[in-house]
Ligand binder design. Structure first.
Ligand code: ATP
Length: 459
């Protein structure tokens, strides 16, 4: 693993961002738990997305769908048949690999990616490039399809249980609830339904920490439009989503669009673009902007016996709505933002590790310190400031070690501001606020503190 990634993985465990799931039993590949700081960061990331979608855009309605749906959903969506990745086994060490990823490692950037759908092409590439097992040099078996859906069974009578699937992609419940949203709100085409939800995939090679997991969260917007306006809305959401990701990161040059080539496109898609981020392990997909046409509503209409034809009251147009989808990963966002924010800076001959997270995303916004922990009136004053701030702004208390060490500890977890209560506070009711990024300190009146931080947190 790349050294930056190693440092991030270790920071995550050490500071309580992310733990391997079931660690006391040796762990389970592709599953992680978020610790105290990770849960805060993850919630903040989701809140920012939610607000952007639902409050900063008109006509976007949120839902929260169940993880398990009627099994027919996944037949209609094509997942039972086609939600596969190309798999090869090493004949010698019996390790399994995603064949398209093995080929991709040999392709130059300009040559694009290996299509997941074309097994014959992938097999030919593996052969012509003499690609062998990266672990032991062994030869591979034939390339075959491996279905990623995670199955479970429902029912109480053995032998009569029903096979059900955990969501392979979160968005399916949006199509299922499309008509309900239309009937229970003032929604009129064009409008969107958004959701943050869990997805489960039996990934062949989970890896790169949170990047490829078997259980993860996705955020989706499905925008329903008149087919005549599809091009306009596709370009609108593509631009909007890129602007949003740009607003999250410090390194905007690490973001780009990558257009899917013809081989990669789903048969119903006219075009697809990924928003990619340049990670230490290469340019990787962060979010997909998909042209889904009328595929989803037509298929669910066909399989369920419903007609999703919409009549536009103004124009009289009748159509099955077409869909622009923007679908990204919450866990990938978490990982990419840590990669983006992680920095090591030399200050006074010593290295400080710092997370330059956008302040509204940071797990804690403010840390409150008493300058010394053995002076009762200073500690009491600091405690009262801590208690006053905490209900309105995520605040942490820290009185361990000297102030320099406390600054370093907060820098490492991305806390944007540290408040120190000192002797002067007792005289003039002011404290010092130290900024994580500039490391500059300023004196602020205790009475103004809440407003001071609220202003800084305005984006
Ligand atoms: P990939 O090509 O990386 O497998 P995908 O094209 O299959 O991704 P989508 O089905 O479009 O991904 O899912 C939308 C988003 O969900 C992705 O852009 C990514 O951010 C996230 N995602 C997909 N698979 C995983 C996974 N196994 N672990 C974590 N996040 C994932």
């Amino acid at each position: 693993m790349d050294t930056t990634m190693q440092k991030i993985v270790s920071l995550c465990k050490r500071k309580g961002f992310v733990y391997p799931n079931s660690e006391i039993y040796g762990g389970i590949q592709g599953f992680y738990d978020y610790g105290p700081l990770g849960a805060e960061l993850q919630n903040n990331i989701k809140r920012v997305w939610w607000k952007w979608m639902t409050q900063l855009h008109d006509d976007v309605y949120p839902i929260n769908g169940a993880i398990i749906t009627h099994p027919k959903v996944w037949e209609a969506s094509g997942h039972v048949q086609n939600f596969t990745d190309p798999l090869v086994d090493c004949k010698k060490c019996h390790k399994r690999f995603r064949a398209d990823h093995l080929v991709e490692e040999f392709l130059t950037e300009d040559a694009g990616t290996a299509s997941q759908n074309r097994l014959d092409q992938i097999a030919a590439e593996l052969k012509s490039r003499h690609i062998v097992c990266p672990e032991c040099g062994g030869e591979f078996t034939e390339v075959r399809k491996f279905n990623l859906m995670v199955e479970t069974s429902l029912g109480v009578v053995e032998g009569e249980k029903m096979t059900a699937y955990l969501k392979g992609e979160a968005c399916q419940t949006i199509y299922l609830d499309y008509q309900n949203v239309l009937n229970s709100t003032n929604a009129k085409i064009p409008f969107g339904i958004c959701q943050i939800g869990k997805a489960f995939r039996n990934e062949i090679t989970p890896g790169h920490f949170l990047f490829r997991q078997r259980e993860f969260e996705q955020w989706d917007l499905q925008w329903f439009t008149n087919p005549k306006e599809m091009d306009k809305w596709y370009e609108y959401w593509k631009a909007e989503r890129m602007m949003w990701y740009q607003s999250l990161v410090n390194h905007k040059d690490r973001l780009r669009f990558r257009q899917h080539d013809q081989n990669e496109l789903a048969h119903y898609a006219k075009k697809a673009f990924d928003i990619e981020y340049e990670t230490p392990f290469g340019w990787k997909e962060w979010e997909g902007i998909h042209w889904r046409g009328d595929w989803d509503l037509s298929r669910h209409g066909q399989y369920s016996g419903n007609d999703f034809t919409y009549t536009d009251q103004k124009t009289g147009d009748k159509f099955i709505p077409w869909i622009v989808e923007t679908s990204g990963g919450v866990d990938r966002t978490f990982l990419f933002l840590l990669i983006d924010a992680y920095d090591e800076e030399v200050v006074d001959g010593k290295t400080r590790v710092v997370l330059h997270l956008r302040p509204d995303l940071a797990p804690y916004k403010v840390a409150v310190f008493p300058l010394v922990s053995n002076k009762e009136d200073i500690v009491e004053k600091a405690k009262s400031i801590y208690r006053a701030l905490k209900p309105s702004i995520a605040t942490i208390w820290d009185d361990i070690g000297n102030v320099g060490k406390r600054y370093r500890r907060q820098d490492e977890v991305g806390t944007p501001w540290c408040v120190t209560v000192d002797y002067q506070t007792l005289q003039d009711d002011t404290i010092t606020v130290r900024d994580r990024d500039t490391m500059k300190q300023e004196r602020v009146k205790v009475l103004d503190l809440e407003y001071f931080f609220a202003e800084k947190l305005k984006i």
